[in-house]
Ligand binder design. Structure first.
Ligand code: AKG
Length: 260
């Protein structure tokens, strides 16, 4: 099965959800002219990394974002991997990805599991406990958020559940662009699956972000890659390539988990 993907490599206004909702709506309208099957947004796209003010700007139960994606999915008949939003829960503020299918139905959520100390996430955010697995059109996928790609054992746990594509949303800083590219390509090769990674563009008071959203095939081939600025990255993926790669080099059969 083929899917046409649109990654919204947004610039994000710092601590300004209203402005970011307008910007996202405008980009979704633009992307829709190409009739994508799946639209992907970046990490914390409503607030950016304005962590110190999340008490005032976080979305209670992610309700506003849920309504937004429900309506956008119905309007454009497109699946949404809704980046992530600051989600006020009983456990604290989580960094939560929402997935909506093209009928406007809630299809899953994932709250970031590994908090990134270098950007003070552990001081302001609560770590999630979700698995992040979901299905769209009968295919199994997983959601990951930014720093998660440094944990190959977490990604492998998804691959062992027959996931065919990993959707990664991020606010990855420019100074580690080469880590971003290398880690994404490695995760695709070692798990023999597609990697669809949507990063933000632009800067906030503390960081400049890398852009370079990427769509990578199960052989590690870079199908599409963005530049540094705001843009919409389009790519088509063919999930049949996952079966081909896994049957040609059967690493899932050849693993020796009893020894490691
Ligand atoms: O791991 C990195 O270098 C960047 C991670 C990051 O920016 C994040 O998780 O928000």
């Amino acid at each position: 099965m083929k899917f046409k993907i649109a990654c919204l490599q947004m610039d994000i206004a710092f601590g300004n959800p209203e402005k970011n909702y307008h910007a996202a709506s405008r980009m979704i309208d633009m992307a829709s002219s190409q009739k994508p099957d799946i639209v992907v947004l970046p990490e914390l796209w409503t607030t950016g990394y304005d962590l110190a003010n999340l008490d005032g700007t976080a979305d209670e139960g992610a309700q506003e974002a849920k309504v937004f994606f429900h309506e956008a999915a119905l309007k454009h008949q497109t699946h949404f991997i809704g980046g992530s939003v600051a989600n006020k829960t009983e456990a604290g503020i989580e960094n939560t990805m929402l997935i909506f299918d093209k009928e406007g139905e809630f299809a899953g959520k994932y709250s970031k599991l590994h908090l990134f100390r270098l950007m003070d996430e552990h001081l302001y955010l609560a770590a999630g406990k979700d698995k992040g697995l979901f299905s769209l059109d009968g295919h199994k996928f997983a959601g990951l958020i930014c720093y998660d790609i440094r944990f190959p054992e977490w990604v492998r746990a998804h691959a062992l559940q027959d996931v065919e594509a990993l959707f990664i949303v991020a606010e990855w800083p420019i100074q580690r662009l080469e880590h971003w590219r290398a880690l994404l390509i490695a995760r695709a090769i070692e798990n023999q699956c597609f990697v669809i990674a949507c990063n933000r563009a632009g800067a906030d008071p503390n960081n400049t972000f890398a852009g370079h959203s990427m769509v990578i095939g199960p052989w590690g081939d870079v199908i599409a890659e963005g530049g540094e600025g705001e843009e919409i990255l389009f790519a088509e993926i063919d999930l049949d390539q996952v079966k081909e790669a896994r049957s040609k080099i059967p690493i899932f059969t050849d693993r020796r988990p009893e020894l490691y």
